[in-house]
Design a protein around this ligand. Structure first.
Ligand SMILES: *[C@@H]1O[C@H](CO)[C@@H](O)[C@H](O)[C@H]1NC(C)=O
Ligand SMILES: *[C@@H]1O[C@H](CO)[C@@H](O)[C@H](O)[C@H]1NC(C)=O
Ligand SMILES: *[C@@H]1O[C@H](CO)[C@@H](O)[C@H](O)[C@H]1NC(C)=O
Ligand SMILES: *[C@@H]1O[C@H](CO)[C@@H](O)[C@H](O)[C@H]1NC(C)=O
Ligand SMILES: *[C@@H]1O[C@H](CO)[C@@H](O)[C@H](O)[C@H]1NC(C)=O
Ligand SMILES: *[C@@H]1O[C@H](CO)[C@@H](O)[C@H](O)[C@H]1NC(C)=O
Length: 217
């Protein structure tokens, strides 16, 4: 019994609980862009409009164009975390869940870093520490070839419990093409909570602990 209690103590000391990611989102969230370890639903789930916006300085792109992007709060609220990618506006595109183009920070940027999502260099951008921001600027660089119309998709966390998924910029049309279908290829509502591997580990170790405990009783 003593050893079981010691084991329980050891587990509770050595395993962190459900952690969010103050130093940037894990690569496991690159596809669905849903926060890991926040332990709550997206605020969109109850119909709350995102109080944050993504604006771009162009509605059209040519190969390798540099497009300025601003993230802004539409309320007097800070955002602590952000995660941004460009996505295809053609939902029949088999690559619709993959990031497009690359991101670059402004000179001297300390708060945001590009991330290599799906093994594509700088294909996303996110906080690298806990932010306290109402606006910030960076650049999206269009791909060197024609990939159709795109839009920027973001996830904004006001804090650990309050976050919004599916925050969109306007469409950025591919200048080399016409008559494209402008679609946002995302689930309409993100209501399910997503837990990280840390939680799974806690749950499975708790199960081992409980079975050990019962074997002693
Ligand atoms: C629903 O959204 C409102 C903001 O419109 C927020 O104050 C409230 O906490 C949210 N409720 C839940 C359960 O997320
Ligand atoms: C971004 O913000 C800067 C500074 O406020 C402003 O000069 C610029 O026009 C904005 N650009 C976009 C694309 O919103
Ligand atoms: C958008 O901003 C980028 C970077 O500052 C600049 O190079 C580009 O010319 C701007 N595009 C437009 C349409 O103003
Ligand atoms: C969308 O993608 C599909 C599959 O690649 C393609 O057949 C179709 O032509 C695209 N539609 C537009 C409007 O580009
Ligand atoms: C963030 O903003 C709050 C509210 O203004 C302030 O109390 C806090 O010190 C700020 N934190 C940082 C790290 O800037
Ligand atoms: C583009 O759209 C216009 C207006 O809907 C239509 O008349 C034209 O045929 C379309 N062109 C192509 C190549 O689909």
């Amino acid at each position: 019994m003593v050893s079981t209690c010691a084991l329980a103590l050891l587990i509770s000391i050595t395993l962190p609980g459900a952690a969010s990611y103050p130093s940037g989102p894990p690569l496991s969230s690159c596809t669905d862009m849903f926060p890991v370890g926040h332990g709550s639903n997206a605020q969109n789930a109850n119909g709350s409009q995102p109080p944050f916006s993504i604006t771009v300085n162009s509605t059209v792109y040519h190969a390798n164009d540099v497009i300025q992007v601003n993230l802004s709060s539409t309320q007097p609220w800070f955002f602590e975390g952000v995660f941004i990618q460009a996505r295809s506006a053609n939902c029949s595109n088999p690559m619709k869940d993959s990031p497009i183009g690359t991101f670059r920070t402004i000179v001297g940027e300390k708060l945001l870093s590009p991330i290599n999502c799906l093994e594509k260099a700088s294909s996303a951008i996110a906080h690298n520490q806990e932010l306290n921001l109402t606006n910030i600027m960076f650049y999206w660089i269009a791909p060197s070839g024609s990939v159709g119309d795109v839009y920027l998709r973001g996830t904004f966390a006001r804090n650990k419990a309050l976050f919004w998924t599916n925050v969109f910029s306007g469409y950025i049309a591919d200048a080399s093409l016409t008559n494209l279908t402008k679609e946002r290829c995302t689930p309409p509502a993100m209501t399910s909570q997503k837990t990280g591997n840390g939680n799974t580990l806690v749950i499975s170790l708790s199960a081992i602990f409980l079975s050990l405990l019962f074997s002693f009783l």
